[in-house]
Design a protein around this ligand. Structure first.
Ligand code: NAP
Length: 452
């Protein structure tokens, strides 16, 4: 059986691994838009969290299995269509993540200086589409909207002593910019209360443990009944230790404000301030707690706003998107016999990397069920490798597993010189030339016009 898995992040790798471990005769092509695999493990996980990135070893083991191929630098929807894939493979699995950001829907949201955290994260992680994002860090106050782990990641990266990032795999351009940053205060806004925040306690504690950083919260915002939920109780305990500590000092401050939402971003040609509305919490009969604006407002001067309010999926054309949830319509991973999905595009942008293992197991079960029921072999598919001819006929220069190994080796080599795990190549042209040092590289400039 020939299966294409689209998207080489954790969900894609775990799906490939599950299929290859099934004991059946299966070949998996893992198709990826970037020349590099690992998805958010490379492009999303914060550079100061190397332990989380160690999961890439599991992905390397999967990549080494018989029947596995990596086809990088191939974009479904541009280089090959979803329809064509369904003719080339017995089954296609979309594990394309959630690449779009959710919107706040407030005036001024698109002013320069207001950025989706997804772009900021991709910028400091060296994603080749985002090296020119160049956030303006010349202001003294940054506002981070949202109370999830992404909000804490970006707040921490702005607050941490850049010297501590110098030994990580952060993109060089981001390290240079953070060294020159004038930001001294980072205000993290949660629209609901501390008991409803979705960040996790280790990530919250980390903020309070940064050298030279004062983590601040108003004790009045913590005067609530202990939450029923253990993780929320632990968050509240951490926040209360911050509030009880003697007036914290540091060269930078991270201030958490709860029950506040941005109502508008203000400025003449760029963000200069945010109008903030205070919320009260209302409990609905079904137990959900919602933020209701009180009408009381204040203005916080700031020059950078990072919107960390979650992601939405954007699958390739021809794959059915549920507009309401930003996911592909599916039942336990099955879109229809022959088409499946896994990861954030299946269940929404929640969970940790390991969540994708169980999620992939469920999708793999659906594929194997359909294979056993004879639903995948009803129509003949093209001979193995037919995609290679199709892509070659379109001038697509595929970065295969060997190409990625060359990129990886070069980045690690550069890292050794600087005492870092790797020094990332952040530009399309550098990645593609490293993958294919031979003359084929000459064609890159023609096929790639999206170089930032
Ligand atoms: P998230 O956990 O869903 O958080 C989104 C936040 O945005 C919530 O606090 C939400 O508040 C808020 N929000 C949504 N719409 C808003 C609006 N209109 N105005 C103000 N606030 C709004 O999502 P995430 O932070 O993007 O993280 C995605 C997933 O990746 C999560 O599962 C996360 O745990 C994971 N992740 C993990 C790590 C780690 O383990 N270190 C790091 C990064 C990400 P409400 O609750 O009120 O909706």
């Amino acid at each position: 059986m020939q299966v294409a898995v689209v998207g080489a992040g954790p969900a894609g790798f775990y799906t490939a691994g599950g299929l290859l471990a099934s004991g059946l005769d299966i070949q998996v092509d893992l198709i990826e838009r970037l020349p590099t695999p690992w998805g958010l493990v490379r492009q999303g996980v914060a550079p100061d969290h190397p332990n989380i990135k160690a999961v890439s070893r599991v992905f390397d083991e999967i990549a080494a299995r018989d029947g596995f191929r990596f086809l990088g630098n191939v974009q479904v929807g541009r280089d090959v269509s979803a329809f064509e894939l369904s003719r080339l493979y017995h089954a296609v699995v979309y594990a394309v993540g959630a690449s779009d950001d959710r919107r706040l829907g407030i005036p001024g949201e698109d002013l320069p200086g207001s950025l989706a955290s997804a772009s900021f994260v991709a910028w400091y992680n060296g994603h080749p589409d985002y090296c020119s994002v160049s956030p303006d860090l010349s202001c003294t106050t940054a506002l981070v909207v949202g109370n999830g782990n992404v909000a804490l990641d970006v707040a921490r990266i702005l607050a941490i002593d850049p010297g501590e990032l110098a030994t990580t795999d952060i993109a060089d351009h981001a390290l240079r910019a953070l060294r020159a940053s004038a930001i001294r205060e980072i205000v993290v806004l949660g629209r609901r209360g501390p008991a409803q925040a979705s960040f996790t306690t280790p990530e919250l504690r980390e903020l309070g443990e940064l050298n030279g950083v004062a983590a601040v919260v108003d004790p009045a915002e913590l005067a609530i009944d202990p939450p029923d939920h253990a993780p929320a109780r632990r968050n509240l305990e951490t926040l209360r230790t911050w509030a009880a500590a003697p007036a914290a000092t540091g060269s930078r401050t991270v201030r958490l404000l709860f029950c506040h939402s941005p109502a508008a971003l203000l400025g003449d040609g760029k963000v200069e301030a945010a109008e903030i509305v205070h919320n009260r919490l209302e409990r609905h009969p079904d137990g959900t707690v919602v933020a209701v604006p009180t009408g009381e407002t204040e203005v916080i001067p700031c020059g950078l706003v990072l919107r960390s309010v979650g992601y939405r999926g954007a699958p390739p054309d021809g794959v059915p998107l549920d507009e309401r949830t930003g996911t592909i319509r599916n039942r336990a991973g099955r879109v229809e016999p022959g088409v499946y999905c896994c990861g954030w595009i299946k269940r929404g942008p929640t969970g940790i990397i390991g969540t994708n293992k169980k999620d992939a197991g469920e999708t793999v079960d659906r594929i194997l069920e359909d294979a056993r029921a004879g639903l995948l072999h009803a129509a003949p598919v093209a001979p193995p490798g037919a995609i290679d001819d199709l892509l070659a006929s379109r001038g697509v220069v595929v970065v295969d597993g060997d190409g990625w190994q060359r990129i990886d080796a070069l980045e690690r080599e550069r890292g050794v010189v600087e005492g870092r795990p790797r020094v990332k190549l952040c530009r399309w042209s550098d990645l593609l030339v490293a993958a294919h040092p031979e003359p084929v590289a000459a064609g890159y400039g023609v096929s790639r016009t999206d170089e930032p």
